[in-house]
Write a protein that binds this ligand. Structure first.
Ligand code: URP
Ligand code: ZN
Ligand code: ZN
Length: 460
């Protein structure tokens, strides 16, 4: 199977030029001006950008949150990702307490089998070091699982203590794995939550009011110190506020290998949604919570100056009806998380590039290139180059996208961006050399997505 993409404006993190791109099977083999090579399929991309397929390193497909499971599994979630130009996800394989790390990875692989329409990899979430000995970190790294997630929040469920974090950071650094940290001071947040509930404050708006910025900044500071003592790199997931970003910026200024992602919801939404005390606000029960709008300028500044390197989605969808309602009488029982896997590119283009916050190439960098590098998939993923996987988005900058739960492909009954009209539209998405989305129609195949065994984490 061969594919020729004609006349596109090829935009990578480094380059921006008009070219034709020829693909043999699943790999880019030739890039040049006006290629005249016969192909099984030809896509005329004149007037469009040809971008590398997105790499989303933070998704919770089939994630068991305790009381319920995210509403998207690999089948629905990867279709939705494809509609947003994402062609690779790194999903979380969560160790249950007492479970061997390998068993958690195997469970994740089984969950993807026959379902994923795009390529996928897995982070291992360590919740219990006693069961998952440090040696298993080496074994998994050798097999291509080169990132580890640890939580400093959710005590008694997912949280690990500082001693565990330190030891895991140390071992991960030695074998080229990257530790991804959910940085919030969980025990202090739990005190604030219990206090609010005792005062009868049970509605979802209290989720936002009981998780202060300083709880995130303190944990970020602590994790940076632990990583420095362990002489290892560290990556912060879903960084949401200026105070946490200051910690990352300070560490980077000292030359430390500290990296961080933010998410579209922190760039485009703010904590004013928590002014509404109705249960509808449960839509915004995600962690860390949305912050006052003043933080957004800092996050955009961080993306421009490379203090933030990645925009991921933290796609963690729960339906408002039937799932979020588990916490109808107690906001602390509402499953935490929000949907986002489908609209990362469209939001970044319209609200980031068109709005003048970041350049087009920088958008590609944070959407695809740097996540591919940090998570050991570059240059196979994250760029358009001879030898790279043929994963692309044909993006029409003159199109438009209207977001609605009525038309999105995520298996969730609301959108965080209901009714938003954005500049630009995904026209065609190619994964492993085949179109999987074409003019709004899914033309891919469940099970066609491949598991990606990753290299050691690479630094940008
Ligand atoms: O609210 C969120 N982000 N839920 C998913 C779990 C996590 O903290 O990443
Ligand atoms: Zn988290
Ligand atoms: Zn998450």
């Amino acid at each position: 199977m061969s594919l020729l993409i004609k006349g596109a404006r090829v935009v990578t993190a480094a380059d921006d030029y008009i070219a034709d791109v020829y693909v043999a099977d699943d790999t880019v083999t030739t890039i040049g001006a006006q290629l005249d090579i016969p192909a099984d399929q030809v896509i005329d991309a004149a007037g469009c950008y040809l971008l590398p397929g997105g790499v989303d390193p933070h998704t919770h497909l089939g994630f068991d949150q305790g009381s319920t499971i995210t509403s998207d599994d690999y089948a629905t979630g990867t279709v939705a990702a494809a509609f947003g130009g994402t062609t690779t996800v790194v999903n979380f394989a969560q160790q249950r307490r007492g479970q061997h790390l390998r068993a958690a990875i195997d469970d994740g692989l089984a969950a993807a089998q026959g379902k994923a329409v795009i390529d996928y990899a897995q982070h291992i979430v360590i919740t219990d070091l006693a069961a998952g000995s440090l040696d298993q970190i080496d074994e998994l790294a050798a097999e291509g699982v080169t990132s580890i997630k640890m939580f400093m929040a959710y005590p008694g469920q997912l949280m690990v203590d500082d001693a565990t974090m330190f030891q895991v950071l140390e071992r991960a650094g030695q074998v080229g794995s990257l530790c991804c940290i959910h940085a919030e001071n969980g025990p202090v947040i739990d005190v604030l939550v219990r206090r609010a509930l005792a005062e009868g404050r049970t509605n979802p708006s209290w989720h936002g009011r009981t998780r202060p910025e300083l709880a995130e900044a303190e944990a970020t500071h602590r994790a940076i110190a632990l990583a420095e003592m362990a002489e290892s790199p560290v990556y912060f997931v879903h960084l949401s506020c200026a105070e946490a970003l200051d910690q990352v910026t300070g560490a980077r200024d000292r030359g430390r290998p500290v990296f961080a992602e933010t998410c579209p919801h922190y760039l485009f939404l703010d904590s004013s949604v928590y002014d509404d005390e109705s249960f509808d606000t449960a839509k915004y029960v995600l962690t860390p919570p949305l912050r006052p709008a003043r933080h957004q300028a800092d996050l955009w500044r961080g993306l421009r100056t490379d203090d933030l390197q990645v925009v991921s989605t933290d796609h963690c969808p729960f339906c408002l009806n039937g799932q979020k309602t588990i916490g109808a009488n107690d906001f602390s029982m509402i499953p935490n998380g929000g949907p986002g896997i489908e609209h990362r590119l469209q939001l970044l283009y319209s609200g980031g590039v068109v709005a003048g916050h970041v350049s087009l190439r920088r958008m590609v960098d944070v959407f695809a290139t740097t996540p591919a590098r940090l998570f050991g998939m570059y240059p196979r993923k994250g760029t358009i180059a001879v030898g790279s996987d043929a994963d692309f988005v044909v993006f029409d900058p003159n199109g438009s996208t209207t977001i609605s739960a009525a038309t999105h492909h995520m298996n969730v009954d609301y959108s965080l961006y209901e009714g938003w009209r954005l500049t630009g539209a995904v026209r065609t998405v190619v994964a492993a050399g085949r179109a999987i989305v074409d003019n709004g129609v899914f033309v891919g195949k469940h099970g066609a997505g491949r598991y990606i065994a990753r290299d050691a984490s690479g630094q940008p």
